[in-house]
Design a protein around this ligand. Structure first.
Ligand SMILES: [Zn+2]
Length: 243
């Protein structure tokens, strides 16, 4: 992604904050059951039929080849926006899918996981949000389980912003590869943003194998997030999951 596009994205998000942002939350009156009623803009959260997250079960074997990922990402900033911890990147990583090039724009974390695999919930899930030149979106999701420390999370933990909505610059070249399992096989399905406005038509790729983080690292993420930030599981409504 070029600088111009990065700057224009930033301008969009700044102006969104300049207007009174619509308040939504993970609990209470503005919680997930009410998202679709908070605003006409959020109606898809209620009336959408291909919503995320889901419980991934009974995937159809389609011999999907492993994802080809290469990593040269430099993180630009880290923000706790009250909903998630999000890293904006530059020199983004690309991958090819459906003859399109999807470019990494940002990644962020949910604790506990939003998607389930065969009913199993993981303590943490990362979403790597990609878009192509036409604005189509693809999210690569990675599950974390507690085990060995994850070196790629350490720079984020060290830079965690103390204040909400306050971006902290991270001028570091990251090796993102420890955030992805060595086995690059995945489940694929069609879904939505898991936060308002719950826009549909996203390609979801959930890596089959989890990676690890230490118990202490998980505690840091949970502290920074202050509350669970997982939307409840949504109905499949006939969608097919392939693997
Ligand atoms: Zn997410």
């Amino acid at each position: 992604m070029n600088k111009f596009f990065a700057v224009s994205l930033l301008a969009v998000s700044v102006s969104a904050f300049a207007d009174t942002p619509l308040h939504w939350a993970y609990e209470g009156q503005a919680g997930p059951d009410s998202w679709g009623d908070l605003s006409a803009e959020f109606a898809t959260c209620k009336i959408g039929k291909f919503q995320s997250p889901i419980d991934i079960r009974n995937a159809v074997k389609a011999n999907l080849p492993p994802l080809q990922l290469d990593f040269h990402t430099a993180a630009e900033s880290l923000i706790n926006n009250g909903h998630t911890l999000q890293v904006t990147v530059e020199d983004e990583d690309d991958f090819r899918l459906d003859n399109r090039t999807f470019t990494l724009r940002q990644y962020h974390f949910h604790a506990p996981s939003e998607n389930l695999i065969d009913g199993k919930r993981y303590p943490l899930e990362a979403h790597f949000v990609h878009a192509d030149a036409q604005g189509q979106m693809a999210v690569i999701a990675v599950m974390f389980e507690v085990g060995q420390e994850n070196t790629a999370l350490q720079p984020l933990i060290e830079s965690m912003p103390k204040e909400k909505d306050h971006a902290v610059a991270i001028d570091k070249r990251f090796d993102l590869s420890p955030l992805f399992p060595a086995d690059r096989h995945y489940y694929r399905f069609s879904g939505s943003l898991t936060t308002p406005p719950c826009t549909e038509g996203l390609r979801w790729l959930v890596m089959k194998e989890p990676v690890t983080l230490s118990a202490a690292q998980l505690a840091k993420f949970q502290q920074a997030l202050e509350h669970s930030n997982n939307r409840p599981i949504q109905p499949l409504n006939g969608r097919v999951i392939v693997e």
